[in-house]
Ligand binder design. Structure first.
Ligand SMILES: *Cc1c(COP(=O)(O)O)cnc(C)c1O
Length: 402
C-alpha cells in the first residue's frame, strides 16, 4: 500500500492537529528519509529545454528557482497551513517581511488602514511611517474596543491590522466582533498571531481573513532562526501576496525552514507547558508587584474574552512597576537565571524592558498612548522548572526592595 503523503490535502485534512504538526507537509525524496530533507539549492535543472519553457509558462509542475519555490520551504508552508486550518501559506525570511508583504501587496495610494495601537514596535512603524509615505492613510485605535474599529472605517478602508494578545501590553482583541465588522464591509482583517500561534488560537475560526506570523517566536521556539509566514485563502495567497513576494524576494532559506519544521513538531507540547509555567510565575509576581498583565490570570480585565478564544494564555506577560525605568532596570540587573533578552517564544526564560528596547523606536508620546510605560517589563517564560524562575525573581525583587 502506498504510504500516506503529508502533501495530499485530501488525506492531511482528515488528520487531527497533533498528526498534522508532526507529519503535515512531509514530502519524501527517493531516499525515504524520515526527517525532512534540507534542499539547499538556488536553482533546478530540466531534462530538456522544452521542460524549462513549460515550467516557466506554468504548464508543467515543478520548481524553477528558490526565490519562487523550494521543496523544504514548501513542506513548511503545507504544515503551517494545516495547523492554521488555512487554504494556503507562504513563508518569509522574517516576521517583519511577512507583515510588510501582507500590507504592501494589497494596498495602494489612497487606501486606508485601521490598526490596533498596541503592537510590536516595527508593526507600528509600518503603520505610522511606511504606509503614509506611500499615500496610504492609517488610523490607530484601542483594539480592545471593537466599536473603535467601526467608528474609524472610511469608504476607502481596505485593511484592519491588529495583534492579540498584543505586544507588550497584553491587550486582547475580540476576534469575532472585529472580524465581523470587517467582513460586513468587505475589509480584509489581518491578525498578527505570533503570541498565540495556531496551537492556542486560530483567528480564522473567528472570521479573520489573513493571519501573519513571526515564526521566529514560538514556532521555532528555541531562539535559533528568523522566519515569518502568512496564511489565507488560496486566492489571496496566489493572486495578491505571491506576485509581490516572488518579485521582491523576502524568501525564507531552506535551512531556516527546516529548523521551523522541526520546531512545529513540538510546538503544542512547548506552548502548553510554557503557558502552565507562565501561570505559576505570574501568580507569584502578582503577590509582589503592583500590576501583572497576563490574560491567563482572572485579574486581567479581558480574562474571559481571552479564554473564550485561546486554549491557554501563552508564555508571555508584562508587569508594571511603580519606580519607572530605574526600578525596572534594577530588577533586570538583579536576575541570575532569567536572561535579559528582547526575544520571545524561546524555551529559555527571557525578560526585557520594552520602553528601552523593542519599543525604543516608538516616540515617548506614542509609547504612553500604547500603554508601554517606563516601569513595564515583559517576561517570556520558558521550559525551566518554574520554581527556579520564581526563586530568581524573588531574589531580584528583594534586591530592589520589593
Ligand atoms: C517578533 C514579532 C514580529 C516581528 O517578527 P521578526 O521575526 O522579528 O521579524 C512581529 N509581530 C510580533 C507580535 C512579534 O512578536
Amino acid at each position: 500500500m502506498k504510504r500516506r503523503t503529508g502533501q495530499d490535502r485530501s488525506i492531511t485534512d482528515t488528520w487531527r492537529p497533533a498528526t498534522r504538526a508532526v507529519r503535515g507537509g512531509t514530502a519524501r525524496s527517493e531516499f525515504g528519509e524520515t526527517s525532512e530533507a534540507i534542499f539547499m539549492t538556488s536553482g533546478y535543472a530540466y531534462d530538456c529545454a522544452g521542460d524549462a519553457a513549460a515550467r516557466f509558462a506554468g504548464e508543467q509542475q515543478g520548481m524553477t528557482y528558490s526565490r519562487l519555490q523550494n521543496p523544504t520551504v514548501e513542506m513548511l508552508e503545507h504544515r503551517i497551513a494545516l495547523l492554521e486550518g488555512a487554504e494556503a501559506c507562504r513563508t518569509m525570511a522574517t516576521g517583519m517581511a511577512a507583515m510588510t508583504a501582507v500590507l504592501l501587496s494589497q494596498l495602494q495610494t489612497g487606501d486606508h488602514v485601521v490598526a490596533g495601537r498596541a503592537a510590536f514596535g516595527s508593526c507600528r512603524w509600518l503603520v505610522d511611517t511606511l504606509l503614509p509615505k506611500f499615500g496610504i492613510a492609517t488610523t490607530v485605535v484601542d483594539a480592545r474596543d471593537p466599536q473603535q474599529f467601526e467608528d474609524a472605517v472610511r469608504p476607502e478602508t481596505k485593511v484592519f491590522f491588529f495583534e492579540t494578545p498584543a505586544n507588550p501590553t497584553m491587550d486582547v482583541v475580540d476576534l469575532k466582533a472585529v472580524c465581523d465588522i470587517a467582513r460586513a464591509r468587505g475589509i480584509t482583517s489581518v491578525v498578527d498571531n505570533a503570541f498565540a500561534t495556531p496551537a492556542l488560537q486560530r483567528p480564522m475560526e473567528f472570521g479573520a481573513d489573513v493571519t501573519a506570523y513571526s515564526a521566529t517566536k514560538m514556532m521555532d521556539g528555541q531562539g535559533r532562526v528568523l522566519a515569518g509566514a502568512v496564511c489565507g485563502t488560496k486566492e489571496f495567497i496566489d493572486k495578491t501576496l505571491l506576485p509581490f513576494t516572488r518579485n521582491t524576494g523576502p524568501t525564507l532559506s531552506a535551512f531556516n525552514a527546516w529548523v521551523v519544521l522541526k520546531g512545529l513538531e513540538t510546538l503544542d507540547l512547548r506552548i502548553r507547558r510554557q503557558s502552565e509555567n507562565a501561570m505559576k510565575v505570574a501568580s507569584f509576581l502578582e503577590t509582589r508587584v503592583p500590576t501583572v498583565l497576563y490574560p491567563g490570570l482572572p485579574s486581567h480585565p479581558q480574562h474571559n474574552l481571552a479564554m473564550s478564544q485561546m486554549e491557554a494564555a501563552g508564555p508571555i506577560f508584562a508587569v508594571l512597576l511603580d519606580g519607572g525605568r530605574t526600578q525596572a532596570h534594577g530588577l533586570l540587573d538583579g536576575l541570575e537565571l532569567i536572561d535579559i533578552s528582547n526575544n520571545i517564544g524561546d524555551s529559555r526564560s527571557l525578560m526585557t524592558h520594552p520602553a528601552s528596547t523593542t519599543h525604543n523606536s516608538v516616540s515617548p508620546e506614542k509609547r504612553e498612548e500604547m500603554g508601554v510605560t517606563e516601569g513595564m517589563l515583559r517576561l517570556n517564560v520558558g521550559l525551566e522548572d518554574p520554581q527556579d524562575l520564581i526563586d530568581d525573581l524573588d531574589r531580584a525583587l528583594g534586591k530592589i526592595g520589593l
